[in-house]
Ligand binder design. Sequence first.
Ligand code: OGA
Ligand code: ZN
Ligand code: ZN
Length: 394
Amino acid sequence: MNNHPDVHEIAGYYRYDINHLPVGLELGESALRIVWDDGRRSEYHYLWLRDNCPCHECISELSREQVFEICDVPLTIRPETATLTEDGRLDIVWDHEAHKSRYHPGWLRKHCYSDEAREERVLKPVIWEKGQIDRSLPTYGFADIMEDDGVLLNWLRGQRDYGLCLVEGVPTLPGTVQAIANRISFIRETNFGVLFDVQSKPDANSAAYTTLRLPLHTDLPTRELQPGLQFLHCLVNDASGGESILVDGFRIAEEMREHYPEDFAALSTLPMDFYNKDRDTDYRFRATALKLDSEGNVSEVRIANFLRGPLDLPGGDIAALYKAYRQFMLLTRESRFQYFRQLQAGDMIVFDNRRVLHARNAFDLKAGDRHLQGCYVDRDELLSRIRVLERTYG
Ligand code: OGA
Ligand code: ZN
Ligand code: ZN
């Protein structure tokens, strides 16, 4: 049922489908309750409703931002009258200045804040380990991503939910990684450049630019904000070795929480220090390896053995953090958690650098060359692009 496609949200750019209609309305002390045609109940506080009035006085039509301020009405504001219209709108005349508000049912339903509705809106990552990712690694073709916004949206949702996708058939022309990244947005530039070339270099300023094995890590843990998406585009890979390994850091964190709860607590409360030093730059950041959100879910992983500085903690915490860190790293080395792939020229892996750890085996250049090109795009850009595409492709 989408019978009011003409209604455009004033305070945004979305259109709201009407999939359910309100059939009952009850006014309480500080909130009203709507009963929907499928039996669901939603409670909306008067302050919340007044705050979200979508009228042209309350919202600037130009910026679609709020002009009205909630501190300009009494805390005790309530409807003088509240009614449901034939076509399911909620009409309120407020007891303050007789202000009139009209709410669209699709919008109301979408913003219901009952426990049930809030739970349904939480985006849950698809946590993976070897078996699952081997069976269902989200894989897309370069040309499709470049030409078709619907495919672009599917890919970006894959990035958001799995934190790892493969793009195949990418031309091996240097700079192509930038064209793909720009399908999302602008690139997060760093001291390693807009694009970085992963090649063995005589003047290597990073372990990445040698032929050495790189243990599982996230990039730039030395920054307050670790880059969100990391792109690695394989231009040449004729060397022997150099296989890529990726591990879902959220899966390892889950394993830690279940089997090593004390270690999990140490990794999420005791900070480590990360250093990235060069001739002209000196970045440092201090943070826990596991970051938890307000619900206690792991929202970020920060690990790179080759970028760790000396621990700087009260003496009583040192042994606990070493024990926990060792345990975490030992788990990441178990093949049951690892996605393993020898990248081919024309492959590109893209992963959530704040979640998925990546590694490569040592390589030997006697057999041939190895050259990857990479860049970063922040999570904000990914999520913004998804939302904008969803306005059209829902
Ligand atoms: C890096 C990196 C992986 C590789 O450049 O940060 O992890 O396969 N490279 O060389
Ligand atoms: Zn208003
Ligand atoms: Zn890296």
